[in-house]
Design a protein. Sequence first.
Lengths: 228, 313
Amino acid sequence: MITMENVSKTYSNGVTALNDISVHIDRGEFVYIVGPSGAGKSSFIRLIYREAKPTKGKIIVSDRDLSKLKERHIPYLRRDIGVVFQDFKLLQKLTVYENVAFALEVIETPPRTIKRRVQEVLKLVGLEAKEKMIPSELSGGEQQRVAIARAIVNNPKVVIADEPTGNLDPDTSWEIMKVLEDINSKGTTIIMATHSKHIVNTIKRRVIAIEDGVIVRDQQRGDYGYEI
Amino acid sequence: MKMELLYEINSGVTTAMKFRTLLRHIREGTKNIFRNGWMTFASIAAVTTTLILVAVFLALVLNLDQMARNIEQDVQISTLIDVTADEDQIVQLGEEIEQIDGVAEVQFSSNDNELSKLIESMGDEGQAWSMFEQDNPLNHVYIVEASVPEETEVIANQIEELDNVENVLYGKEVVEQLFQFNSYARAIGLALIIALVFTAIFLISNTIKITIIARSTEIGIQKLVGATNSFIRWPFFVEGALLGILGSLAPVAVILGGYYYIYNNFANVVNFRFVELLPFDPFAWQLSGMVLLIGAVIGVWGSVMSVRKFLKV
Ligand SMILES: Nc1ncnc2c1ncn2[C@@H]1O[C@H](COP(=O)(O)OP(=O)(O)OP(=O)(O)O)[C@@H](O)[C@H]1O
Ligand SMILES: [Mg+2]
C-alpha cells in the first residue's frame, strides 16, 4: 500500500524534518505515528498525499511512484486517499450533507451516486439525522465525524489522519476512534499521527515512533512509549 | 445530458467535460460575481467605459475609412481644356493623355454636358445656372481615370505638363486630409483604448483575486479531495467572462440606439455622394458583436492573469 525507501525531507529553510526513513505499510493496516512535537509526524503524512515532495528517496502509494508522479496526476492520487485534520477543515456555509457531497462533486460523480454515497457514509459516522445542520451547530466530535465522512465518501484505499482527536475531549475522541476502527475493519488502511497515549495504549495497533526525523521504533500492537 | 463539451487539459489529453459540470462552473462563476459587490461594479464600469470608447472610435474610424475609400475609388481627374484649343488640338491632347502610364480611361465631356451635370447636382438651386446655357462659361473637359487610385497624383502632374491644358482638378486635398485625419484618430484612439483595456483587465484580475482569496479554504479542500486544476480554475474563467460580457451590455445598447438615431437623422441630410454612413444593418450589429467579443476577451484575460498568479494549483 505505502512504501518509503530512504526518504529524507529538508524544507527550503534548511530544517530536515525526516532523515532516511524506510517503512512499509500493508493494505488494511492500522498504524499510529507517534513522537514528540516537531519529530516529523506531519511531514511524514504530507509526503503520502503529495502535499510535500521528498528531497531524497522513493515513495510508493497505491502503486504510484510519487517521485515520478506528474503534477497533473496528483488529483488522481488524492482520490485514493482520504485526509483528516485536527481542525476539521469544513466549509462553514455548507450543511453537513453538502460538505460531504462536495468531495464527490469536485470529482464529477453523477448526482444519483452522490446522494446514495453521502447518505451511506453519514449513517456510518452516525450523523444521518443532522445532515441539514451547518458545522457551527455541531459539537467538535460531530464536526470531525463530518470530516471523516468526507474523507471516506469516495471509498479511498487509505485514510491518513493528522491528530484527528487533537482538539477533542477524551469521550469525544473515543467516538472518533470507533468510527476509524469501523472503517479499518471494512478494509481501509488507516494511518494516524497522534499524541494520545491513552488511545494508543488502549486500542493496540502497530506503532511507528519518530524522533528527530528518524524512525526509532516500529512495533506491532505497540505502546505509546512516552510520558506526557 | 448526453451533450458533452470537449476541452483540453494542459497535458494535451482531450477529455470530455460533462454538461452537468459545465453548468456547475457557470453556476459557481455567477455566484462569485455577486460575492464582491464593489469590485464587481468597478470592473464592469471599467469594461463599460472602455467599450463605449471602443465603439465610438470604431464607428468613427470605420465610417471615415469607408468615406475616404469611396472618394479615393472615385477619384477622377478633370482636365480642363484651354478654351482656345481647336478640335485637332483637343483630339491630340486626348491621345497624349491616353499614352500616359497608368491611365485606365479617358472620356471627353463637352462644356454643355458639364453645365447640365452641374445644374443637376445642385438640385433646385441649380436652376440659377440655367441662364448660362446660352453663354457657357465652362471648359470642355477630359475626364481621366487612373487604373490604380494611388497613382492619381502622378498622372495629374503629367497631364498638367501637356499643351492646351488649362487646369487639372482632382480630389487630392480632400482624400489626403481625410486619410491624415483618420491616421491621427486611429493613433490617439488606439493609445487611449489600449490604456483603458489594460485598466479593465487589471480591475477584473483584482476582482477575481479577491474571490480566489475569499475562497482559498474551499480551494484547499477541493485540492485535498482530488479536484483537477482545470476544475478549480473554470469558475474563475466564467466569472471573468461574465464580468466582461456584463460590461459590454451598456455599450451594445449605446451602439444600437445611438447608431440607429444617427443613421436615420443624419445619413440623408448630407447629400454628397461620398459622405455615406455605413448602413445600420449589418454595421451596427457587427460592431455590437465585436464589442461583446472584446468584452469577453478582456474578462477572460483578466481572470487568466489572476488565476495564474494567485491560484497555484
Ligand atoms: N512547511 C515547513 N517549512 C519549514 N519547516 C517545516 C515545515 N513544516 C514543518 N517544518 C519543520 O519540520 C520539523 C518537523 O515538523 P512536523 O510538523 O513534521 O512535526 P510534527 O511531528 O508533526 O510535530 P507536532 O507533533 O507538533 O505536530 C519541525 O522542525 C518543523 O519546524
Ligand atoms: Mg504535526
